[in-house]
Design a protein around this ligand. Structure first.
Ligand code: SF4
Ligand SMILES: [Zn+2]
Ligand SMILES: [Zn+2]
Length: 309
C-alpha cells in the first residue's frame, strides 16, 4: 500500500474501495467535488434558491454548513440560513447548539433555533420519561418524528426552497435497511432525490449521501471544526446493530456500502411507481394541516398531541 498521494505528499487516508491514498489537500478537494456532483446529480439547486441547512453541532451538520458555505457562499442569487432544533436533551443538546451558534457566527450565516418545549409543550426528556420501551417507540422515535416535522415546517415558513441535511453514506444505507426490515415501503420510497410535488414539503438536499461517515468526520477534523463528540444519552434502538453489521461487511468486502446505495437508486423509480402516492406527501394532516403521506393524522400529531397544547 503506497503511503504517498499522487502528488507525492503524505496521505491522510487510504480509500480501500478506490485502492488509493489521498493527501490532505486532495482529500478535501475530493469530498467537495463528490458533494457537488451529488447535488447536481440528485437534487436541483437552481437560481434564486433559499437553502435552509439543518445544523445540530455534530460532525456531519457542521461539515455540511462549511461545505455549502464554500460552494454557494459567493453566489448572490442563493440565500442560506441555518436551522437547529432543541429537542430538550439535558447535558447534550445545549453544548451542541453552542457549537452550531459559534460556527454560524464565524461564517456570517443567520441561525434560527426552535425547541420542542416551545413548539410541542414539553422537552423530549420529559415526554419520554414514562413511555420508554413501550411499544409506541423509544426516545429516538419521538425525537426523529418531531425534529423532521419542525425542520420542514419552520424552514418553509422562513422561505426555504431547499432543506440541506448532513446524512452521510452510512446513515443512508442504515435507513434503507431499517425501512426494509420494518417493511416501511412509504418511507423507503421517499429516501432518494426528491421531485417537488407538494408545496408544503421542502425538498431535501443530502450532499454527503455518497460519502462514508468516517470521511465526513475526517473532513470536519482537517478543517479544524469544533464538533459535539459525545453520544446522545437517550440513544437506543436497532440502528446501531445494523451499523456494526454494515461496517463488518465493508471491511471484509470494500465497496459494499456503495453497492447498497447504488442498488437502491436503481430500484427507486420502480418502487415509487409501485406506490399509490408515488412516494410523495399527497395528503394534509386533518389536525395540523402539515403534509402526510400515509394517514389522516400525521405521526407528529399522533405522538406529540400537538393540537391539544
Ligand atoms: S439518539 Fe435518538 S434521542 Fe438522541 S438525538 Fe438522536 S434521535 Fe434524538
Ligand atoms: Zn495530493
Ligand atoms: Zn399533524
Amino acid at each position: 500500500m503506497t503511503r504517498k498521494c499522487r502528488c507525492g505528499k503524505r496521505i491522510v487516508i487510504f480509500r480501500k474501495y478506490e485502492g488509493r491514498g489521498l493527501c490532505r489537500y486532495h482529500f478535501i478537494r475530493s469530498v467537495e467535488e463528490k458533494a457537488k456532483k451529488t447535488i447536481s446529480k440528485y437534487y436541483s439547486v437552481g437560481r434564486n434558491e433559499t437553502i435552509a441547512v439543518g445544523v445540530s453541532g455534530g460532525k456531519d451538520s457542521t461539515a455540511l454548513l462549511l461545505l455549502l458555505h464554500r460552494i454557494f457562499g459567493k453566489r448572490t442569487d442563493i440565500r442560506m440560513f441555518a436551522i437547529s432544533i432543541d429537542e430538550g436533551i439535558p447535558g447534550y443538546r445545549d453544548e451542541s447548539l453552542q457549537i452550531a451558534k459559534k460556527l454560524c457566527k464565524k461564517l456570517g450565516i443567520k441561525h434560527h433555533i426552535f425547541s420542542f418545549k416551545e413548539e410541542f409543550g414539553k422537552p423530549l426528556h420529559e415526554k419520554v420519561k414514562n413511555i420508554r420501551k413501550k411499544k409506541e417507540g423509544g426516545p429516538c422515535t419521538y425525537c426523529g418524528v418531531g425534529r423532521r416535522y419542525l425542520l420542514n415546517r419552520k424552514s418553509r415558513e422562513l422561505g426555504a426552497t431547499r432543506l440541506a441535511l448532513g446524512m452521510n453514506l452510512d446513515d443512508e444505507i442504515q435507513g434503507i435497511l431499517m425501512n426494509y426490515m420494518r417493511g416501511d415501503l412509504i418511507r423507503l420510497s421517499r429516501m432518494g432525490g426528491h421531485v417537488v410535488k407538494d408545496s408544503l414539503f421542502v425538498p431535501r438536499i443530502k450532499p454527503f449521501r455518497e460519502i462514508p461517515e468516517k470521511e465526513v468526520g475526517l473532513y470536519a477534523f482537517l478543517n479544524s471544526l469544533e464538533i459535539q463528540e459525545d453520544e446522545c444519552p437517550l440513544l437506543e434502538g436497532p440502528r446501531f446493530k445494523v451499523r456494526d453489521f454494515l461496517n463488518e461487511l465493508e471491511s471484509e468486502s470494500p465497496g459494499t456500502k456503495f453497492s447498497i446505495i447504488k442498488s437502491y437508486d436503481r430500484l427507486l423509480p420502480s418502487l415509487r411507481k409501485g406506490m399509490k402516492t408515488g412516494g410523495y406527501m399527497v395528503d394534509k394532516c386533518t389536525k395540523c394541516r402539515e403534509p402526510t403521506s400515509s394517514q389522516k393524522v400525521c405521526k407528529t400529531c399522533e405522538l406529540w398531541n400537538i393540537n391539544q397544547i
